[in-house]
Write a protein of this length. Sequence first.
Length: 243
Amino acid sequence: RKCWNCSVIGVIFAMGVSLLFEKWLSASQAKANLHPPAFYTIEVTSPRKAASLRARFNSASIYLIHQAQMCNRGGMSKKLVFAAWFALFFGVAFAQSTEKDPVAIVEIGGATSWNIHGGAASFGPDFAVEVTPIENWLEIEAGTTPLFSRSSTEWDTDLLFKKPWTLSKTAEFMFGGGPEWANTRQNGTTTNSIAAEVAGDFMFWPTGKQKFGWYLEPTYDYDFGRDHEESIGMSGGLLIAIP
């Protein structure tokens, strides 16, 4: 006759398997249906319930192990407890809905630059793509900015390496630098030079989710060309996350 303890183990095992199947089915339907599936429950999939689910899981695991030690079937119950623990753990883990970081973030906006030693200010559009190879430690940004003034046109293309900091749920700050290539056409003459750029990057996500936001990025540039020009700039615009 099946003991009560083994029956409990069987129920826990079934719960874990059902959670795994539910998450798999939800992910499959999400590709073709943007609306939440009918079996979506906030108690299981909400990130806010993660701590509560983990606490309940830990209590259930300790209880089942204790009961298995008292069960007459001994070795077989230990195997069933391990299977139930494994299924429930991964069922709860996969059933919890977590927000994934975007693959890349696109920056689209405008920029301006001023020569510290004099000269007219220049303005132009700003475009960049940012990726995160090491979360919380490294952001890599590649961008280009054409700057126009009355007598010249300059294309600045940079590759920046930044360290990110999370200021709040809706704000981030990054600081870093990297090399920059400048192509300048002035009075019919084209010159190319290498420069170094240092930048701070403020990112704001109004909804708290990395989908759409806006940015503000002050910069400092030092050109290693003949005139060793120094300039400060500012860019800003929209942030668009690529999932």
